[in-house]
Design a binder for this molecule. Structure first.
Ligand code: PDD
Length: 278
């Protein structure tokens, strides 16, 4: 695989970053994951706009223009001949001797690599996910897409250890979001309920597209918090993310949602999203 690191295209074995990079020492960096479908990027303008916002919130200067980032993305997709997969990009504040307070004028680091899409993902989507609840122990700026993903990794590992596929995080008795996706339910009276945007969740690019498609399809969308009990009593549930598109959730904390199979609204929204993405 050819990857990109600070101005160079290199075989992955040769790509190097300083041990003093603040991304490594302080998780001082942000990232984006864009999907590649039929060799093309999906909703990339949204991902780059969110990247700019994340950088601005943390006062990290952009390493280059967004047009240049897009050029690098396309070069990597071509050089690695990726038809279906994703492209990861990460910007960190840069490298200097370890110090909580950083120096002004550091040169940010930019790395990028592609990942092919495994067939496993589509199988999981067909069957649906078993999800468990976990306390949301993340920081209070989840709207910034930082690389500090340890709480999410721990929650996901717990879910796998308990025989589930993923966790939905709970704070103050309400679901925030999934470990790496936004959480949604369809109530028995056919409403799509999803948490409103705030610092408590990542403002998902896929979430935004799916809500627009849902409204166009005539579904009523309610942006409000919902509880674990509402998930158990929902007709359907699903997650959205760049890599999972719309993926059904078929059980929550061991309780079947609906009849325990992917529901019609979720299946329809997935089809609508895939058509939109292509
Ligand atoms: N995760 N919430 C969290 C905490 C996420 O990490 C993600 C994305 C989402 C969905 O956002 P979007 O629709 O823009 O992908 C919501 C990416 C895919 C990841 O970390 O791999």
């Amino acid at each position: 695989r050819i990857v990109y690191v600070n101005g160079e295209y290199l075989p992955e074995e040769e790509a190097k970053i300083s041990i003093f990079d603040r991304g490594f020492l302080f998780a001082d960096g942000v990232y984006e994951v864009s999907t590649i479908l039929d060799g093309k990027l999906v909703d990339n303008a949204g991902h780059l706009a969110r990247l700019q916002r994340s950088l601005a919130e943390l006062d990290i200067p952009a390493p280059c223009s967004m047009e240049e980032i897009e050029t690098i993305q396309h070069t990597l997709i071509e050089r690695n001949a990726i038809a279906a997969g994703s492209i990861y990009l990460q910007v960190t504040r840069g490298a200097e001797d370890r110090n909580f307070l950083w120096s002004e004028g550091l040169k940010p680091s930019l790395i990028m690599f592609t990942q092919s899409r495994g067939a496993k993902m589509d199988k999981v989507a067909e069957k649906g996910l078993d999800v468990i609840s976990q306390p949301d122990i993340r920081w209070q700026r989840r709207d910034i897409k930082t690389v500090a993903l340890l709480p999410a990794s721990l929650a996901k590992r717990k879910a796998i250890a308990e025989g589930a596929n993923d966790a939905w995080l709970v704070e103050d008795g309400m679901i925030t979001e999934g470990t790496s996706n936004n959480a949604h339910i369809i109530t028995k009276d056919g409403k799509l309920v999803t948490r409103a945007l705030s610092n408590k969740i990542l403002h998902g690019i896929t979430r935004k597209a799916v809500l627009a498609l849902a409204k166009e399809a005539g579904l009523t969308v309610e942006e409000r918090s919902f509880s674990p009990d509402e998930v158990k009593n929902a007709a359907e549930a699903f997650v959205t993310s760049a890599t999972m598109f719309v993926t059904p959730v078929v059980s929550f904390d061991g309780v079947k949602i609906g009849d325990g199979k992917p529901g019609p609204h979720t299946t329809r929204l997935r089809d609508l999203y895939v058509s939109f993405a292509k």
